[in-house]
Design a protein around this ligand. Structure first.
Ligand code: ADP
Ligand code: 5GP
Length: 191
């Protein structure tokens, strides 16, 4: 019998590598449902509560984790992040492909709980290009930018050992083509 459940796709990568850009283009070429994470960080200019994140305070975050409402959770850059579990399971059961844009710790929690999840790590073409993209985005500066760049080597080393797939985001269209091929081979057709 073909398995008609959706794919649970986990996308990670260093800040500024192009995750939002790649995911946006991917969604234009393949129907995707996005998981809206909760976070305790402040919204950036242009971010909308309930669309980009649900912005919550620390006590609500702790209560959700305690209640088992989060599929995974992790702290990053001093802030809490987490994936509400129920919408993910509903979508996958209904046959829709769901994408989580989450960091390494959370990705490994998802893979541990749900081994069929497809974990993809986006790599920058090089360190200089990563810095340039992050600076070019303009919303991360100073200490925050240096803190994000400082963890990249460690993140990448971990990803090489633990993710199902590594994709270099050199040319946007090429990277999206590669991800579409990964989704095709990941779809279970136990016919
Ligand atoms: P992330 O979501 O990983 O933090 P963004 O999607 O915000 O990264 O991208 C960071 C910057 O890099 C943006 O200015 C974006 O336009 C640029 N960018 C993304 N992908 C590419 C690419 N393939 N080539 C060149 N620039 C890119
Ligand atoms: P940003 O603050 O730049 O939006 O995100 C910082 C990091 O947190 C990124 O690596 C992003 O992928 C990750 N992130 C966003 N939402 C979640 C989540 O729900 N869980 C986990 N574990 N990481 C998340």
């Amino acid at each position: 019998m073909p398995d008609d459940s959706g794919l649970l796709i986990v996308m990670s990568g260093p800040s500024g590598v192009g995750k939002s850009t790649v995911i946006g283009r991917l969604a234009e070429r393949h129907p995707l449902e996005f998981s809206v994470s909760v976070t305790t960080r402040e919204p950036r200019p242009g971010e909308v509560d309930g669309t980009h994140y649900r912005f919550i305070d620390e006590s609500t975050y702790a209560a959700m984790a305690e209640a088992g409402d989060l599929l995974e959770w992790a702290r990053y850059g001093g802030h809490g992040y987490g994936t509400p579990a129920a919408p993910v399971w509903e979508a996958v059961a209904a046959g829709r492909d769901v994408l989580l844009d989450i960091e390494n710790d959370g990705a490994m929690q998802v893979k541990g709980r749900f081994p069929a999840a497809v974990t993809i790590f986006l790599l920058p073409p090089g360190d200089d290009e990563l810095r340039a993209r992050l600076e070019g985005r303009g919303d991360t500066t100073g200490v925050d930018l240096e803190r994000r760049l400082a963890v990249v080597a460690e993140q990448v080393a971990h990803a090489r050992a633990n993710y199902d797939w590594l994709v270099v985001n050199d040319d946007l269209e090429r990277a999206v083509d590669e991800i579409l091929r990964i989704l095709t081979v990941s779809r279970r057709i136990d016919a």
